[in-house]
Design a binder for this molecule. Structure first.
Ligand SMILES: Cc1ncc(COP(=O)(O)O)c(C=O)c1O
Length: 461
């Protein structure tokens, strides 16, 4: 309990239930239960208001790369707030935004040299789509506005980003959405169509070629961009099959379509590299980022764009007709610089690359459980798909999934001291994305908690 600030628990709960609106959350579940409340973080762990400790197996929400409680990052924020708390990037620069833009351009692959800041991942995705549409209007191809993205991929919640998001279930309340979102297959090899189910390379070729078929179907002259994550998060971590991104790049080049690598999760060490595209060796035209750029010590997002895409925006009276007040906030930029200093000082990318094999091997011990169908991912980013039948890969019905994930697993894992995500937006999965500082002791703790909770879940089915 020591170090945990003292709160009036009853008072905090009452106020939370009365006034706070949680995101993507069924508030009805709190009629007879407490709102889980996290009050403090240290390293790989967070603490609730009772002082109970949890291993932060999801880095908050794929955010806390360097872990919690880093005084040097908090101090960088305080220093910046005292020096210059706010100035907009509308017509003005400030030193931290300049320094961070230069640093990110240095890390980014190839000629990705221009950084447009936002405050979040959704805004980054939104900005990339708008930038692409205006780019094509400036360069004489005004009919290009459509965007291809993959089934059940999550790219954010604002209207434009939601039109790109491939999760059908979160859209109906907000339709009609902006026109132009087109779906293509994702790279879930565990659920590959039967004609490519035995050959991952053939599966990757097929999935990439489906992008070409979609471009031809829509009319290449109408397609602006393809949005893909290096490892697709939603659905439970789908890494790219060998050769997939090379082929996607070729297809984009053949039809003049922009390749946007949505690295809101996969950048900043999640896969052992600054950018996920580096890991898989492809060159995007745009990278969108957020989350890990600050490890969550302040909000920030953005896109890094190639010199080629910036070029028409440098001419004459042209400007990108887009901006948000808090984008590239000085405190957030100072925090991002301090965060990246920690990456360099502790060589976190090398740490992830050196330890990812041990993480995978520890999680793969769970393969002996009957409920575990597939364990997939790369770096410090894994999904565990749960099945009813390991041999046939039969999944759970909606009702079983509801009972298993919402009724049992989420609470049981939390009570056992592990924060991770039990997700049924595709087939039911548990997702892990721990701080990049984790070592074998944390992998073992995750495995032990998952083993006991998944064993109980199987008995309850
Ligand atoms: C790949 C991807 N793109 C975009 C977003 C949206 O980011 P934000 O929640 O910061 O708006 C997310 C959020 O998880 C994401 O994973």
């Amino acid at each position: 309990m020591s170090g945990t600030p003292a709160y009036d628990h009853a008072r905090l709960q009452e106020a939370a239930k009365r006034h706070l609106w949680l995101h993507f959350t069924r508030h009805s579940t709190f009629e007879d239960a407490d709102v889980p409340t996290i009050v403090r973080g240290v390293g790989q762990y967070v603490y609730d208001q009772h002082g109970k400790r949890y291993l932060d197996g999801l880095s908050g929400l794929f955010v806390s790369q360097i872990g919690h409680g880093r005084a040097e990052v908090a101090e960088a924020a305080a220093r910046q707030a005292a020096e210059l708390a706010y100035y907009p990037l509308w017509s003005y620069a400030h030193p931290r935004a300049v320094e961070l833009a230069e640093r990110l351009a240095g890390y980014a692959p190839g000629d990705l040299n221009r950084v447009f800041f936002t405050t979040s991942g959704s805004e980054a995705v939104e900005s990339a789509w708008k930038m692409a549409k205006q780019y094509f209007k400036l360069t004489g191809e005004p009919a290009r506005y459509k965007v291809l993205s993959r089934y059940i991929a999550y790219h954010g919640t604002t209207h434009g980003a939601l039109a790109i998001t491939g999760l059908p279930d979160i859209k109906p309340p907000f339709e009609p959405l902006p026109a132009g979102g087109v779906r293509v297959p994702n790279t879930n090899f565990y659920r590959a169509p039967s004609f490519v189910a035995d050959d991952i390379t053939a599966f990757g070729t097929w999935a990439a070629d489906e992008i070409e078929r979609a471009i031809l179907r829509e009319g290449p002259e109408t397609v602006a961009a393809v949005f893909v994550e290096p490892v697709q998060n939603s659905g439970g971590c789908f890494p790219p099959p060998p050769g997939y991104f090379g082929r996607v790049r070729e297809i984009c080049d053949r039809y003049g379509v922009l390749l946007v690598s949505d690295e809101v999760i996969c950048a900043f060490g999640r896969l052992g590299y600054m950018f996920g595209s580096d890991r898989y060796g492809y060159q995007p035209d745009v990278i969108t980022f957020a989350k890990g750029v600050t490890s969550g010590y302040a909000p920030l997002g953005g896109m890094v764009v190639s010199d080629r895409l910036m070029e028409p925006y440098l001419r004459d009276e042209t400007s990108f007709l887009h901006g948000v007040t808090f984008a590239g906030h000085p405190v957030s930029c100072a925090v991002a610089l301090a965060n990246l200093d920690v990456f360099e000082k502790e060589d976190l990318l090398a740490h992830v690359r050196a330890n990812e094999g041990a993480f995978r091997a520890t999680l793969e011990k769970l393969n002996d459980l009957p409920i575990v169908g597939d364990i997939r991912g790369d770096g410090y980013f894994y999904g565990i798909e749960m099945v009813k039948d390991k041999v046939t890969r039969e999944t759970f019905s909606d009702d079983e999934s509801e009972r298993l994930l919402r009724g049992f697993l989420s609470h049981a894992l939390y009570h056992a001291g592990l924060i991770c995500r039990a997700d049924d937006r595709g087939d039911p999965v548990i997702q892990l994305s721990p701080p990049l500082t984790c070592t074998q002791e944390h992998f073992d703790e995750m495995e032990q908690i998952l083993r006991s909770v998944l064993t109980e879940a199987w008995q309850r089915i």
